[in-house]
Design a protein around this ligand. Structure first.
Ligand code: FEO
Length: 398
């Protein structure tokens, strides 16, 4: 029999949706490689509390499952930790059946819920950091606002007694895990999906992540389980993901170089490969990755940039400018607000050769420390010796 309610601890269960077929997220802005999940949870103490829901396309399945495991009339509260549709999407279906149900959320979430669904006549109980809800049997849900992690309305809820932190998007991953828990997941995929999620969604908010982690750690709450709204639930050494977030929020970098380019007639491809070969020769401890923007997943490239201490970006000159694929990618790069990383520009040209100047301006505008040496080659690299290759790699990695 399909398990629709799965125990997390004592009277707390998972009642979410494992989305094996999901291919993209945020429209097409985030690639999904190994499925995902929308995790909702049911707390059944003296009070019965639902924590979050699922995305609207799955609301019928969700409501059918919910009705199988609990009498809807017994529900006392639904906690909406975050108004984004992947977690609140089934709320209208729930409220249709229980229009009197109390929704617990932040003030900003009230705005986002009403903005998306109407629901002006729904019954809201607005909470802020430090507020709590007595769920009976000596346990309380304590709320912590997680503003800008990653929306102004985001919140986490901590269940005393069971020591479970319902963290919503924070600490999650877009990764479908049949066994639900982190110790039952493929460890390589789990780490890869967790860092991809952070790099592509949370990097712009790193200063706030760092401050929030300090605040949460400062509360000295015992944490046995971190139950995010996507992916694996952290029960085996749950603090490991908090430690990782603390490191990732601190201008994270490893000894890596990422080379990103696009090309028209393979001239810029040749330059990318020469830069990579020189980096491998001169700095053998540095891990080097090369990506053609048009042939690689942009989110995977961005994860490598997140891990790198330096990048080199290449485009040939076209129409006195750079290729649109590279321009679009740098636009995405800028939005992530990376800090403390070096960048260099390279590219071939036929006639006027403005791409290097444009790339340098755009990379500086994106917050990178742009090194002086660049590699600007007319037509194609015909000689073995290109002194600028050594100069660039020395400036980026030296
Ligand atoms: Fe911000 Fe998973 O939604």
């Amino acid at each position: 029999m399909k398990r629709i309610k799965r125990q997390i601890k004592n009277n707390v269960s998972w009642i979410g949706y494992i989305d094996w077929e999901l291919e993209t997220f945020h429209g097409d802005d985030y690639s999904i490689s190994h499925g995902s999940s929308q995790n909702a949870y049911l707390i059944e103490e003296e009070k019965t509390v639902l924590v979050d829901t699922v995305w609207q396309p799955h609301d019928t399945v969700f409501m059918d499952n919910l009705k199988k495991v609990v009498d809807l009339n017994k529900l006392d509260y639904v906690v909406i930790n975050h108004g984004e549709v992947d977690h609140s999407g089934a709320l209208p279906a729930l409220m249709k059946e229980r229009p009197d149900l109390t929704i617990i959320c932040t003030k900003n979430a009230l705005s986002s819920l009403q903005g998306q669904y109407g629901g002006e006549d729904w019954n809201y109980h607005v909470v802020k950091t430090g507020d709590s809800l007595d769920v009976g049997n000596g346990k309380q849900l304590v709320f912590v606002e997680m503003r800008m992690l990653h929306w102004p309305d985001s919140m986490a809820a901590y269940l005393t007694g069971d020591n479970i932190l319902f963290s919503n998007d924070a600490f999650g991953q877009h990764y479908a895990v049949d066994g639900l828990f982190n110790d039952l997941a493929d460890q390589c995929l789990l780490e890869a999906e967790a860092i991809k999620y952070y790099a592509n969604i949370l990097t712009p908010f790193s200063p706030l992540v760092a401050a929030k982690i300090k605040e949460v750690v400062g509360l000295n709450l015992p944490i046995d389980i971190i139950a995010p709204s996507h992916g694996a639930i952290w029960r085996d050494n749950p603090l490991q993901i908090i430690e990782k977030y603390a490191a990732w929020a601190d201008d994270y970098q490893e000894d890596r170089l990422t080379i990103v380019y696009d090309t028209m007639w393979e001239g810029t491809t040749e330059l990318a490969h020469r830069l990579a070969a020189e980096a491998v020769r001169a700095y053998p401890d540095t891990r080097v990755s090369v990506f053609n923007i048009s042939k690689s997943d942009k989110n995977d490239i961005m994860t490598e940039v997140f891990r790198s201490r330096a990048i080199a970006v290449g485009s040939p000159t076209v129409g006195n400018d750079i290729l649109s694929s590279v321009a679009g990618w740098i636009h995405f790069l800028k939005s992530l607000k990376f800090k403390n990383k070096k960048a260099a520009a390279f590219g071939c040209y036929g006639w006027s050769g403005e791409s290097i100047k444009k790339l340098k301006e755009k990379l500086a505008d994106a917050g990178f420390d742009v090194v002086d040496p660049s590699l600007r080659v007319q037509w194609k690299a015909r000689t073995d010796e290109l002194p600028e290759v050594k100069e660039i790699i020395g400036a980026l990695l030296g």
